[in-house]
Write a protein that binds this ligand. Sequence first.
Ligand code: C6P
Length: 415
Amino acid sequence: MAVETSTAGLDAAAIRADFPVLAEQVHERPLVYLDNAATSQKPRAVIEALQTYYETYNANIHRGLHALSERATAEYEAARAGVARFINARHAHEVIFTRGTTEAINLVARGWGDENVGEGDEILLTEMEHHSNLVPWQMLAKRRGAALRYIPMDVDGRIDLEGYARQFGPRTRLVTITQMSNVLGTITPAAEVVRVAHEHGVPVLLDAAQSIPHLPVDVQALDADFVAFSGHKMLGPTGIGVLYGRESLLDAMEPLLGGGSMIRVVELHRSSWTGLPDKLEGGTPNIAGAIGLGAAVEYLAAVGMPGVARHEHNLTEYALAQLSDLEGVRVFGPMDAEDRGGVISFYVGDIHPHDVGTLLDADGIAVRAGHHCAQPLMRKLGVPATVRASMYLYNTADEVDCLVGGIARAKAFFA
Ligand code: C6P
């Protein structure tokens, strides 16, 4: 084995023991889970947080005066505070719980976009955006008569920063960009993107669905205005995510959902809204999900995000070297592990990615094959789909070896 699996104090073997599903067999083989960009596995601490909520203090929040409701409210708000600490938000109320990244971006497109983007205005984004950071802006552009403009970038997802800086004009209203591509793994220069946008007085939304689970992210250091991410990709449950927003922007935003919890006074013909964060969380939220996400960020913080990032970096470097040694395998995205995270898309000879994925599955190896909700990027790459392996803190170099072995068998099968 050419790479250490325990780096910077991160003990992958001990970590694996915290994830019950990793001991499963698939098709009578040990599970090799390399589909973390789609969703991550859950540690016992998260599963137990959900179980404890449902078994001992299940109640609605912010409503009842009874003990269970008070405890549920306290745990829900503690989860918000935990997430705020994890991303270094200035205030807990800058963390708005949503269903996930998709809802968080749609909340900005509606609640901020409808108020601030008008006829002839422009939104800057890239061709590598996930559909969740593309379709809501197309919908906004259609509603408001605005236009989308694409930041120049190469096929590896490297942004042309000079070209980007030249795109700003009097009608530029927003930059919305992924912090890490879910296909190429490319890490975008978010701080620089924000700096240039702010020089022009333009706010920036970062789609951090693939970055916050894997890298230390400090929203104050980045000076980002909005940051969207999903709990399920960072060891938390599905159905919970976050919109971080700068307080002044969230304060000025209109709610997406009208209903319970978000009002101050309701009259027959008008209502007024309460303050942050409740204003933007109408209805009964995903209480258990938020508490589970709170447990997830506590787990990640205890492991330490710099260690998680270093571990994945080492695995990525190892995997890139192994894959590029395989004849006929074309890897997409930067070949330098410094510029990317542990999401690796590839094509094997002329075998359709779905066939490769199916053969890997027969070996117990879980990867994703498809367009990864990034059809414009697939067009730019000139392929209909890719096979994608994506790592997390519990993956090991042995598992990379299994992947490489599986690809070699797939090649032999179709030879
Ligand atoms: N990407 C993938 O396999 P949701 O579905 O709301 O939790 O996240 C949407 C989303 C937004 N942005 C990026 C960069 C993403 O990667 C995703 C989710 C998964 O690549 C599922 S399609």
